[in-house]
Design a protein around this ligand. Sequence first.
Ligand code: SAM
Length: 399
Amino acid sequence: MERGPAARTILSRKVVRTVAACCAATTAIDPHWRNWFALGGIPALTEPVIDEPFFPTTAILTSRGKTQLELHDRATHAAAEKFGRQVFLRGVVEVSNYCRENCSYCGMRRDNRDLARHRARLDQTAELLVHHRPRAITDVNIQAGEDPVVVRAVVVPLIKILRRQTPLGISVCLGTLSASFYAELKSSGASIYIIKFEVADPAFYARMAAPGSLDERLEHIHLLAATGWKVSSGFIACLPGQNHDALLANFALARKLPLAGCSVSPFIAGDETPLAREPMAGIDLTLNCMAAMRLMRPDWVIPAVSALNLAEPGWGYRRGLRTGANLVTINLTPPDLREDYLLYKRDRFIMTEERILSAIAAEGLRPSKQSLADYYRQNQTPKTESARPAIGLVTALNR
Ligand code: SAM
């Protein structure tokens, strides 16, 4: 296929050495290098020799039309090359909407006094997951506001029950906790920790009143990875006031972290937050970020988050599956708690098993039979561009 210059910029470029550089190297090896020309050596000099890692640009993130379609197509192919046509299917159960944090973007923030707070009951949640979970799911994600009470009373014992009675891979998304909590959750049987860095700029992070400080959040990511967790992180795309450079900074940060997966969540203004009147993320920019993430790290597990359906009602999720996402989530939270587990709006679009399976089938994909946790176990520790010295980890111990 013929590609124009704009399209070419989105490709993971094969870099060729210049003839001059090659000649210089060749001379050093073979003083009779001029003979190479006579022997037809030149064509070899223009073959691709270095695979330059992909990094997005503003033009890529804002691409539309044919260039955008090609970007998404390449992302789909990159995922298929690495993972085949399979997507991981994970159930999510939200066990508490108590939260000690006060993030400006999140409806569960502690200053939201209008929210009825609940904690799930251990027996009911265990019954649901052990005996009544959808057949297709291989993993479960236990999620909550930042609520150490529910971690001790519900999450740890629930993980032990699931470990004993089911083959489910277990992820948790519980916020920034103490090192001893992390150790207890892990020894109980969880192996994947979802902890987003939310936004890469420390000042912006502080303005959003995101948990602790960005530095601390990153230390926790390093601590979790260094102690054997598979860590999935992520950022919120298009937070109010976030320009394209700030979006690109999210990619620059993500690629330095010791991650096994990474998500892009579109910003959806929560009704009961200080950002309630701000516009939500555009679906195209969000999808381009997802595709760029896939091209940057073909090996990462990248979810199609359910908020895509709020960014583009009815279609966002399907389009997300066309950008190289390879993990989907079925919401299993019982309806009474789900109503008040409020990240953004009350009318959030719930991805049921039926909706998910039909979206997967419609995109020519199929649910993985192997759990994500098993997949990680069988695959190597993710490589990072720069490992941080473990010395920074000590400050992460006391929350
Ligand atoms: N509190 C825990 C933590 O900090 O990891 C876990 C739960 S938190 C409610 C789950 C995620 O929801 C956050 O990491 C954030 O990225 C996302 N989130 C919250 N409000 C959002 C919004 N308005 N738009 C998009 N994502 C949002």
